[in-house]
Write a protein of this length. Structure first.
Length: 152
C-alpha cells in the first residue's frame, strides 16, 4: 500500500497455512522490507537528500534540480546559503499512510569549494577576500604567538 513503512505488517486473511482436519486457512502476515534508495533517505513521511552548491551559487543564489521520488524537482537556493543549510519542498515526500497528502522533500546543501584554481580565479578570489577584509596569508598559531611573546 502507498506510504507503508519498513517493518509494518500486512495481514492477509485466509491466505496462510491450511487448517488442521479441514479447518479454515490461517492468515498470512507479511512484514514489509523497503530497499534503500541511492539518493533519498526516508524519515517518517519526509524524504531527505543531499546536494552540493558551488561557492558562487551559495553566495549569489541559484536554481538547482534534485532527484525526487517520482521526478526531478526544482530547488531555489537563496543568496547567502551556508554549508549545512536545508531547503524544504512541501508535499514532495512520501504519500501519507492511511491519510491524504504527502510529506516533504528536505534538501541538505553542502558547499563545494574548488580544489584547483586558475591564476585568474585566484586573483579574483584574492581581490574578493581583500574586499571582505579576510586575511588570506597563513596566520600564526596560538603557540607561535606565545613563543614570540615570551621572546620579547
Amino acid at each position: 500500500p502507498v506510504g507503508i513503512r519498513a517493518g509494518q505488517q500486512i495481514r492477509l486473511r485466509g491466505l496462510g497455512e491450511a487448517g488442521i482436519r479441514g479447518a479454515a486457512a490461517g492468515d498470512l502476515i507479511v512484514t514489509v522490507r523497503v530497499r534503500e534508495h541511492d539518493f533519498l533517505h526516508r524519515e517518517g513521511d519526509d524524504l531527505h537528500c543531499k546536494s552540493t552548491v558551488s561557492l558562487t551559487q551559495a553566495a549569489l543564489g541559484a536554481d538547482l534540480k534534485v532527484c525526487g521520488l517520482i521526478e526531478d524537482n526544482e530547488v531555489h537556493v537563496p543568496a547567502g546559503t551556508q554549508h549545512g543549510d536545508t531547503v524544504r519542498l512541501k508535499g514532495r515526500g512520501m504519500p501519507r499512510w492511511g491519510g491524504s497528502g504527502r510529506g516533504d522533500l528536505i534538501v541538505h546543501l553542502g558547499l563545494e569549494v574548488p580544489k584547483k584554481l586558475t591564476k585568474r580565479q585566484k586573483e579574483l578570489l584574492t581581490e574578493l577576500a581583500t574586499e571582505f577584509g579576510d586575511e588570506t596569508r597563513a596566520q600564526k598559531s596560538t603557540l607561535d604567538k606565545l613563543k614570540d611573546w615570551l621572546r620579547g
